[in-house]
Design a protein around this ligand. Structure first.
Ligand code: PAF
Length: 278
C-alpha cells in the first residue's frame, strides 16, 4: 500500500489511472470502515482510502480536538486489506490557505435532522468531499448508510454537479448487540456501552410498529420513542420517520413509499446516531 500525504504526489501517482474506487474516512479504522473498503474492492482493483479529520465539519464545542487519531494502527489495518493507496494529508496539505470557497447544500436538506444540531456539518462534509473528489478523481465512491443524511447529500451533490463518479452505499455494520459501529463508541463508559444498543432496539420497535400495525401516526410513534429515551437517561435530539429518497416528511396517504427512521441522542458526553430502513 502506498502512503501519500501531498495532493501533488497523489496526482502524480494516480495520473492516467482509471477505475479508482475511493473510500473517504476520518480514520480510527474499525470493522465498519473495513466493510466499506471490502465493498470498494468488489468494484475495482485500485482502492484508494483517505484519512483526514476535517476541521470544517466540526462546530465549536464539538469533538474535533479529541477525535481519535490512530494513524499507525489504521495503517496496519489497511495493510491487511486490498488497499492500493492511502491518502493521509495533513491540515496544511489539505487546506494550505483558509478554504473560502465552500459547498452549501440545499437548505431543507442541510439544516434538518443532523444539520439542525450540527449546523456546519454538511457544508464541511460537502466541501471536503468535493475537494477529495477533485484530488482522487474516482469512478466510484463508497459511503456508509450509518451516516444516511451524509450519503444522500453527497449523492445529490455529485448528481447536481454532474461529477463523473458513482456513489455506492454500504450497509451499517453492528456489534452483536446491535450497536452501530462508530469511532465515537470509544468515548462510552462501560455502563453507557451496555445502554447504547437501546438506540437500535428503538429503531427496530418503530420499524415493526409501522410495518406490522400499519400505524401511520408517525408523530405519536416518534414522541413515544423520545419519551422512552429520556426515561432511560438519554438526551435525544431527534427521532424522525422520513422518506428514504430525500429525507422529506412522508405523505400519510402514500403507504408504499420507502421510509427510514433516523435517530440521534446523547448518552453522557457521547452523541450517537443511527437509522433503519423501513
Ligand atoms: O463520514 C466521514 O467519515 C466523514 O464525514 C467524511 C465523509 C470522511 C468527510 O470528512
Amino acid at each position: 500500500m502506498k502512503i501519500i500525504s501531498s495532493i501533488k504526489e497523489l496526482r502524480d501517482q494516480l495520473r492516467g489511472q482509471r477505475g479508482i474506487v475511493f473510500v473517504p474516512t476520518m480514520g480510527n479504522i474499525h470493522e465498519g470502515h473495513l466493510s466499506l473498503i471490502r465493498l470498494a474492492g468488489q468494484h475495482g482493483e485500485r482502492v484508494v482510502v483517505s484519512i483526514f479529520v476535517n476541521q470544517l465539519q466540526f462546530g465549536p464545542g464539538e469533538d474535533f480536538v479529541k477525535y481519535p487519531r490512530t494513524l499507525d494502527r489504521d495503517i496496519e489495518k489497511l495493510q491487511q486489506e486490498n488497499v492500493y493507496m492511502l491518502f493521509a494529508p495533513t491540515e496544511q496539505d489539505m487546506y494550505p490557505s483558509p478554504q473560502e470557497y465552500q459547498i452549501y447544500p440545499p437548505h431543507d436538506l442541510c439544516y434538518t435532522l443532523e444539520g439542525k444540531f450540527r449546523t456546519r456539518f454538511f457544508c464541511g462534509v460537502s466541501t471536503v468531499v468535493m475537494k477529495l473528489i477533485s484530488c482522487v478523481q474516482p469512478r466510484i465512491m463508497v459511503f456508509g448508510k450509518k451516516d444516511y443524511q451524509q450519503l444522500i447529500i453527497v449523492r445529490q451533490m455529485c448528481e447536481q454537479f454532474a461529477l463523473p463518479v458513482e456513489v455506492c452505499a454500504a450497509e451499517t455494520i453492528r456489534d452483536a448487540d446491535g450497536l452501530a459501529l462508530s469511532s465515537r463508541n470509544t468515548y462510552l463508559t462501560p455502563s453507557e456501552r451496555s445502554e447504547a444498543p437501546t438506540l437500535f432496539r428503538i429503531l427496530q420497535h418503530i420499524r415493526s410498529t409501522v410495518l406490522t400495525t400499519g400505524h401511520r401516526d408517525f408523530t405519536k410513534i416518534e414522541l413515544s420513542a423520545f419519551q422512552t429515551l429520556i426515561e432511560r437517561g438519554w438526551q435525544p435530539d431527534y427521532i424522525a420517520i422520513r422518506k428514504r429518497a430525500n429525507l422529506r416528511l412522508p405523505q400519510l396517504h402514500k403507504e408504499h413509499e420507502p421510509l427510514i427512521v433516523l435517530i440521534a441522542a446523547q448518552l453522557g458526553k457521547t452523541r450517537l446516531i443511527d437509522n433503519l430502513e423501513i
